[in-house]
Write a protein that binds this ligand. Structure first.
Ligand code: PMV
Length: 333
């Protein structure tokens, strides 16, 4: 009744923003991501036992309470219900994300939790079904069930059973691809993704335009990945990030997730690409100001140096494409 898994984060090349069903976490559009290496990992041990009188959730040194704990309990309830088991659990989770980074860890977190809890309960589920369940905890988590390059299908069914992630190609397909992450100074307030997405869906007119063009974008990104067409991919990735952030800004009241330091990174990457006469790097931003700059290994040192010199950039790290989750023999308690 005890199991431990490691999962790593993923960064979307075509972004998921907006839900068609908030309760089931169903996306309004499909998305494509790259799973990151173990620098961005979460490890989670789950044990179900009659000795626990309630679900106890610990993240690092912190015991989770309130809504944070509630979200984890809801995810366990889905799996307990499937297994016909009513026992409470102890959950211990460690994130390896650099402490100052403040980077989103819900993707790796809910992927590791779903894998460890389903194993601990003895559920024999295929990876497609696990992806559907991870999606309930956090949308982007369904993509972290796989290594390499991954597509999360929007799905058509109301019950969400066809809204799951599938691998497009393994990490080995494009070994030289790197994500150079610039961690920038934060602004204190940040609107969470759930209310943020909701506001965009309800108030942005630009958002409808985004949804209309997304299937063509997905098709072009799939092809650029397959052909390892660097310049095409990087341009599509930058345009898609800009499109999502434009919809955020077009929401009412507007949502700002990037800041002046993020804007500086954008200008710097375009200046570099102009100097080369083609896209040798492509940035993308999630619901926060940190920059993810995709490039190939031969350009990493130039880009690392360039990003480090931007005011407001506090740390730069270089991630490779990761291989996806693994079961660990060593438990966290
Ligand atoms: O991880 P979630 O379900 O809260 O949503 C993540 C949304 C973005 O990171 C902005 C885009 C994406 O596709 O990962």
């Amino acid at each position: 009744m005890k199991s431990t898994f490691r999962a790593t984060s993923n960064i979307a090349l075509v972004k998921y923003w907006g839900k068609r069903d908030a309760q089931l976490n169903l996306p309004a559009n499909g998305s494509i991501s790259v799973t990151m290496d173990e620098q961005l990992k979460t490890e989670t041990t789950v044990e179900f036992s009659s000795k626990y009188k309630q679900d106890e959730v610990t993240l690092g040194e912190r015991k989770l309470e309130g809504s944070e704990r509630h979200r984890v309990v809801e995810q366990l309830d889905i799996l307990r219900h499937k297994a016909g088991n009513k026992e409470y659990a102890r959950i211990v989770t460690e994130n390896a994300f650099p402490s100052a980074a403040g980077m989103a860890s819900s993707a790796s977190g809910y992927a590791a939790l779903t894998l460890a809890a389903s194993h601990a309960l003895g559920l024999k589920m295929g990876v497609r079904e696990l992806s559907v369940i991870s999606r309930r905890g956090s949308g982007s988590a369904c993509r972290s069930l796989f290594g390499g390059f991954v597509e999360w299908h929007r799905g058509e069914r109301d019950d969400g059973s066809d809204s799951l992630a599938e691998p497009l190609s393994p990490a080995a397909h494009w070994k030289s691809l790197r994500n150079v992450i610039a961690i920038v100074k934060k602004d204190p307030k940040r609107i969470l993704t759930r209310p943020g997405m909701n506001r965009t869906v309800l108030t942005s007119t630009l958002y409808q335009r985004r949804l209309q063009s997304i299937s063509i974008i997905l098709q072009r990104v799939r092809k650029a990945l397959e052909e390892k067409n660097r310049a095409e991919l990087f341009e599509l990735v930058m345009r898609d990030s800009n499109s999502m952030h434009a919809c955020m800004l077009d929401s009412y009241p507007p949502l700002f997730y990037m800041n002046e330091h993020s804007h500086k990174v954008i200008e710097t990457v375009h200046a570099l690409n102009d100097a080369y006469g083609e896209a040798v790097a492509g940035y993308t931003f999630d619901a926060g100001p940190n920059a993810h700059v995709f490039t190939e290994d031969k350009r990493v040192s130039t880009i690392r140096k360039m990003l480090s010199e931007i005011s407001g950039v506090e740390n730069v790290m270089v991630c490779k494409v990761g291989n996806g989750p693994v079961e660990l023999k060593q438990h966290l308690f």
